[in-house]
Design a protein around this ligand. Structure first.
Ligand code: PHE
Length: 336
C-alpha cells in the first residue's frame, strides 16, 4: 500500500501538460470528490494502528504534491495564453475631460475672497440633529420660524434631519473652538419645497461667521462691501431690516446692480437692486447656547445661496439646470 502511494507521488510529480482539459482531468482524477486522494483518506481507518503514522504522512505528501502540481500547471497555461491582438497604430478612444461644476467654481471664488481676509473653511454633516440645526440657533420647538424652512426628517423623537441650512456648522464650530472665530461653511442643504424654476429641494449655501471682542455692525457692512466688490465688481450695497431667529438685528443684503441693460431691468425688476444674502449680529442667546460669553464677545453671520449667485453672475433663469447634468450647459463653464 505504501509503495503504491510512492508510485503515485512519482507519477504526479512527473505529470506535465499545457492543455487545460487535461489539467482538469488530472484534477478530477486526484482531488475530485471521488478521486484517488479521497479514496486513500477513506482507507486510512482500516490501516493497522502501527502503520497509521507512516500512511498518514504519505497521503499528506501526495495531497500536497497534487496541489502544487495543479498550481504549476495552471500558471503555465496563463503564461502561454495567446496575446490579445492589439493594433497599436489605431487611434485611441477619445477621453472627455470633465469641467468643474459652476456651483463649485463660484464656491471656490467666494472662499478665495474670504480667505484673503482670514476666514477658514469648516465642514459639517448633512444629516443633523435638532440641536445643531434648530434649537441651538434660537429656534425652539413650535417656533413659527421653523416653518420658513420645510424640513426633511429622517427620524423623530429625537429628531434627525437633513440640514436646512449650513448655520448648523457654525454651532458645531463654536462648541469646539474658542474665539476669535472666522469661518466659512459651504455645503449642500435640503428643504422640502415644491420643485419649481425658482426653487429646488437641494441647493448649496455658504455661510460666514465672525466672533471676537468688539465686533460691530459696521464690521459686518465693511466685510460684505468688500465681498460684493470682489465678486461682482459692485460696491454699493444696502442692508434692509429683516428677521432671522439666530441674529439680532438681522438684515437682507441688496447689491446695487445698476440699470444699464435690458437684463438689468429684468433681473432687478426695474429697481437696480438685487437681494443676495441674509445677515445679522449673532444673537446673544446663540452665543450662550455654545458657552461663549455674550458680555465679552460679539459677532456677525451671513449666509447666501450659491445657486442664486451663479444665476446672477451668468444670467441663468432656471435653478433646475444645475442638477440636470446637461453637458452642453456645463461645458460653457470650461474657461472660467
Ligand atoms: N441660515 C439662513 C438661511 O438659511 C441664512 C443666514 C445665515 C441668515 C446667517 C443670517 C445669518 O436662510
Amino acid at each position: 500500500m505504501l509503495e503504491q502511494i510512492d508510485e503515485l507521488l512519482v507519477k504526479v510529480k512527473g505529470f506535465n501538460t499545457t492543455n487545460t482539459a487535461e489539467i482538469e482531468k488530472f484534477r478530477i482524477e486526484y482531488s475530485g470528490k471521488k478521486g484517488l486522494l479521497n479514496a486513500l483518506f477513506d482507507k486510512f481507518k482500516d490501516v493497522p494502528n502501527d502503520q497509521k503514522k507512516a500512511f498518514g504522512q504519505k497521503i499528506n505528501a501526495l495531497k500536497q504534491a497534487v496541489a502544487e502540481k495543479l498550481e504549476d500547471l495552471k500558471s503555465n497555461t496563463r503564461e502561454i495564453e495567446p496575446l490579445e491582438l492589439v493594433d497599436w497604430t489605431r487611434p485611441g478612444i477619445p477621453m472627455d475631460l470633465g469641467t468643474r461644476h459652476p456651483i463649485n467654481l463660484v464656491k471656490m471664488r467666494i472662499i478665495e475672497i474670504f480667505k484673503s481676509i482670514g476666514f477658514a473653511v469648516s465642514d459639517g454633516p448633512e444629516i443633523e440633529d435638532d440641536w445643531h440645526n434648530f434649537s441651538a440657533l434660537n429656534l425652539p420647538e413650535y417656533h413659527p420660524a421653523r416653518d420658513m424652512q420645510d424640513t426633511f426628517f429622517i427620524e423623530q423623537d429625537p429628531d434627525i434631519l437633513l440640514r436646512t441650512h449650513t448655520s448648523s456648522v457654525q454651532i458645531r464650530y463654536m462648541e469646539n473652538n474658542e474665539p476669535p472665530i472666522r469661518i466659512l461653511s459651504p455645503g449642500r442643504v435640503f428643504r422640502n419645497e415644491a420643485i419649481s424654476s425658482r426653487s429646488h429641494c437641494i441647493f448649496h449655501q455658504i455661510e460666514g461667521l465672525y466672533i471676537d471682542k468688539k465686533v460691530s455692525f459696521a464690521d459686518l457692512k465693511q466685510t460684505l462691501q468688500y465681498f460684493t466688490t470682489e465678486l461682482f465688481g459692485k460696491s454699493k450695497i444696502r442692508l434692509r431690516p429683516s428677521y432671522f431667529p439666530f441674529t439680532e438685528p438681522s438684515a437682507e443684503v441688496d447689491v446695487y446692480w445698476g440699470l444699464n441693460s435690458e437684463t438689468d431691468y429684468r433681473i432687478t425688476k426695474g429697481t437696480g437692486w438685487l437681494e443676495i444674502m441674509g445677515c445679522g449680529m449673532v444673537d446673544p442667546a446663540v452665543l450662550t447656547n455654545v458657552n461663549i460669553d455674550p458680555e465679552v464677545y460679539s459677532g456677525f453671520a451671513f449666509g447666501m445661496g450659491i445657486e442664486r449667485i451663479v444665476m446672477l453672475l451668468h444670467q441663468m433663469g432656471d435653478i433646475r439646470m444645475f442638477f440636470e447634468n446637461d453637458k452642453r450647459m456645463l461645458e460653457q463653464f470650461k474657461s472660467l
